[in-house]
Design a protein around this ligand. Structure first.
Ligand SMILES: C[S@@+](CC[C@H](N)C(=O)[O-])C[C@H]1O[C@@H](n2cnc3c(N)ncnc32)[C@H](O)[C@@H]1O
Ligand code: SF4
Length: 420
């Protein structure tokens, strides 16, 4: 095993251990704790909105999702507005919004109605939204543009039919991802395509072909997710995705570095590569604090971590009592908070000592001395004022993020299986 892989495994292991601390949650929430820390608006948290419905459920998916049911989805949007109202009443202001899922486009009239509701309550600056190729058509593109979506992210996962088949991903000729991407290209400030790599059975050649086709299509941004364990263990197919062989993962990652990063694409995060000027990126990196609304969302705000109910019924039950649907929370210790900050900034490629000082009123080189020494010693980061992840450091940081998400997936697994 090469030295970078060994370092990646080590940093990954430490991150998973750190991530697990996030899962030691208190149940009873003192609602006074969930108050806006600062001014809100431009410097305030961003808002993540979870729409957990999909027309079919992909076995590998590690997010909180349910089979689309129109009646349930309409009820869900009513609850979502009420949850947002609870944050409004607490004085929160938001300007950056991120719709994730699930598939937020499954019910367009409710989605656009909800975006109008955001517009009438906030000064909307930026909206990102996830969807899937089967939902992309001229009508939806026009509706999303009219609603003011700035960044559209389409989950392609792979262009390869055999890979899609083994993913259990539904496809048909009219879903031809290539055609859908070209339809959306140029219609939004940023078009992003999601891919998954290191899928069981996926070959390096198949992944190389995915990257080559992405480049050929001339799309500006792609996010490459290393396969992470799926928390849903109902049948053998789904259980398969809990046995992930990470020994080949770096080979896949090296293709991204070779074909994109070394050919002029910028790393917006160690998973997201953009061409041209800086595109709109992930909220996890751009915003230090975010509130998540909807079933199974999490929030990080004011050094606290909050988890919403994953169950649609329980979510509704809380909302019907005008209570935030938070089922667990944790006040992060200083070191947990600082390390989380370091992880998300490294994920975005750099950590700025001045921003750190502004945020924590402390010197990063003192507060995170051991961590930075370790990264520097092994050539994973460089620079003093602004500390950059080196090319050598990118894969270890990718593994750290995967491991952090793996720890959170443990939480999802527990909450989904027990309908918490
Ligand atoms: C929550 S999904 C929403 C996108 C949309 N529903 C779709 O499937 O096209 C966002 C992205 O997460 C990634 N993803 C989902 N499950 C994953 C897993 N188990 N491991 C790695 N990435 C995953 C996929 O790339 C997906 O496009
Ligand atoms: S990958 Fe997308 S479409 Fe598939 S289940 Fe997950 S959220 Fe739904």
């Amino acid at each position: 095993m090469g030295p970078v892989k060994i370092l990646a495994n080590l940093t990954g292991l430490i991150t998973r251990r750190e991530g697990k601390k996030f899962l030691k949650l208190s149940e009873e929430i003192d609602e006074a704790v969930l108050a806006p820390a600062g001014a809100g608006g431009d410097n305030g948290p961003s808002l993540y909105i979870h729409i957990p419905f999909c027309r079919s459920l992909c076995p590998f998916c590690c997010f909180n999702r349910y089979l689309f049911d129109e009646e349930k989805a309409r009820k869900y949007y009513i609850n979502l507005k009420r949850e947002l109202d609870l944050y409004l009443q607490r004085g929160f202001q938001f300007s950056d919004f991120y719709f994730g899922g699930g598939t937020p486009t499954v019910l367009m009239d409710e989605l656009t109605g909800f975006i109008d509701y955001l517009g009438s309550n906030f000064r909307v600056k930026k909206i990102s939204l996830e969807t899937t190729p089967r939902e992309v058509n001229r009508e939806n593109i026009a509706l999303l543009k009219k609603a003011g979506i700035n960044r559209l992210s389409i989950g392609v996962q792979s262009f390869d039919r055999d890979v899609l088949k083994s993913m259990g991903r539904p496809f048909s000729p009219e879903d031809d991802a290539k055609e859908k991407l070209l339809m959306a290209e140029g219609e939004f400030d940023t078009l992003n395509v999601d891919f998954v790599f290191n899928f069981p059975g996926q070959t390096i050649e198949q992944f190389e072909a995915d990257v080559a086709l992405f480049k050929e299509l001339g799309i500006d941004q792609a996010t490459f997710y290393p396969l992470m364990a799926s928390p849903h263990k109902k049948d053998a197919m789904e259980r398969k995705f809990n046995r992930i062989n990470t020994s080949r993962e770096k080979e896949f990652y090296d293709i991204i570095l070779r074909e994109l990063y070394e050919k002029g694409y910028q790393a917006s995060t160690v998973w997201c590569f953009s061409r041209g000027e800086r595109m709109i990126d992930e909220y996890v990196v751009e915003d230090d604090d975010y509130i998540g609304i909807g079933a199974g969302s999490v929030s990080i705000v004011g050094g606290n971590f909050y988890v919403n109910s994953f169950s649609l019924e329980r979510y509704e039950e809380y909302i019907s009592r005008d209570k935030l649907p938070v089922v667990g929370w944790r006040r992060l210790s200083e070191s947990e908070h600082l390390r989380y900050y370091l992880l998300t900034k490294l994920f975005g490629g750099k950590v700025d000592g001045r921003e750190f000082h502004e945020r924590f009123d402390a010197d990063i080189h003192k507060k995170l001395r051991k961590e930075l020494l370790f990264f520097r010693l092994f050539g994973l980061v460089e620079g003093k004022e602004v500390i950059h992840v080196t090319t050598r450091g990118m894969y270890p940081v990718s593994v750290m993020m995967r491991e952090f998400f793996a720890a959170l997936n443990g939480l999802r697994e527990h909450c989904i299986e027990n309908q918490i």
